[in-house]
Write a protein that binds this ligand. Structure first.
Ligand code: GRG
Length: 315
């Protein structure tokens, strides 16, 4: 049975437990593992950016999607390895996003950003190492999934980065509030944020589905398509809430500088549509995401609760 949730309190407990599980696994690899010792400055910068911070929402989604389609614990460790890859990709994107040539932010996860703590060259190189290791880990550290499955996961994450985050970041850096178009901002949010969230959802679902013996009436292809749509819908909603929080929250709660988007004349949802309309857009996307879940022939209450958390989050 998929994890049972009876109330909002349960989802908070679930998210905390899963975050601890992922944090422990990250520490096991990057603190206890003996591959990450010299040069010390590089691995210290990686550990600084990767450990002790972040909601781990992408990894939590990956694990939850796996758990939704497959209760078999056999592939859980491989799924956790993929979560580490996802966190490496996500954290490196935050390091590079904070660089002076990009968003130029001094604060991340409540601490000086990586380039402020370690210098720009080390921050760039730490990011480069993290991105490459994300793929190396799937190739080397997964034990129960097949070689074609490893390739599929590597391909999904590589595509999300090369055809998602990077083009999304380029468009984001060029877009200003003068370019007020719903289509344009939706494309930027899909690329820079939703594609990695979609990839995280897909990785979990694929590890779970491809390692099941039972043949369901609905084909795996159709189930995967619905996971894909679900990932994009919650991913864009996640970015809208991120934009809203930049306007409505404070630096302490966010752990990053609030009000930056307005200062940089950024093209964001609340700066274009206002907070209320943006909130409504996010809610509509979550409704769409839940209708995607209805098409998935498994118990999706856990994923539905995570979707609600995404629009109700405060940081
Ligand atoms: C490496 C060549 C190269 C490019 C990197 C910088 C970049 C391309 C992409 C960045 C895209 C980006 C920063 C998107 C923002 C996504 C987002 C909402 C991040 C915040 O995610 P949370 O709230 O953060 O999950 P935590 O801290 O909780 O992990």
């Amino acid at each position: 049975m998929v994890t049972k949730l009876k109330s909002n309190i349960d989802i908070e407990i679930y998210l905390t437990q899963q975050k601890s599980l992922i944090d422990e696994y990250l520490k096991k690899i990057f603190i206890e593992g003996n591959n990450y010792i010299e040069p010390k400055e590089l691995w210290d910068a990686v550990r600084y950016s990767l450990l002790d911070g972040g909601k781990r929402i992408r990894s939590i989604l990956c694990l939850a999607c796996y758990e939704t389609v497959n209760q078999d614990k056999v592939h859980l460790n491989d799924c956790l390895t993929v979560c580490i890859s996802i966190e490496l990709i996500h954290s490196m994107s935050l390091i590079h996003d904070d660089l002076p040539s990009m968003d130029n932010d001094d604060l991340r996860r409540g601490r000086p950003s990586c380039h402020k703590a370690f210098g720009e060259a080390t921050a760039i190189l730490a990011g480069d190492a993290m991105l490459s290791l994300a793929f190396e880990l799937i190739a080397e550290n997964t034990k129960t999934i097949t070689a074609p499955q490893k390739l599929e996961l590597i391909s999904i994450l590589g595509r999300a980065f090369g055809f998602g985050l990077v083009p999304g970041q380029i468009l984001d850096l060029k877009a200003s509030t003068k370019q007020r178009s719903k289509i344009k901002i939706e494309e930027i949010s899909r690329l820079k944020t939703a594609e990695l969230i979609k990839a995280s959802v897909l990785c979990g679902a694929i590890i779970g589905l491809k390692n099941k013996n039972i043949t369901k009436k609905t084909s795996n292809e159709s189930i995967i398509k619905n996971f894909e749509k679900f990932g994009i819908n919650i991913g864009i909603a996640f970015q809208i809430i991120d934009d809203i929080l930049d306007v409505t929250s404070d630096t302490k709660t966010l752990g990053k500088t609030s009000g930056k988007d307005r200062g940089q004349n950024k093209s964001t949802y609340p700066l274009i549509f206002g907070v209320e309309k943006s909130k409504k857009m996010a809610e509509d996307l979550i409704k769409n995401a839940k209708s995607n879940l209805v098409e998935i022939p498994y118990n999706t209450t856990l994923l539905s609760s995570i979707s609600d958390f995404i629009i109700n989050r405060i940081n």
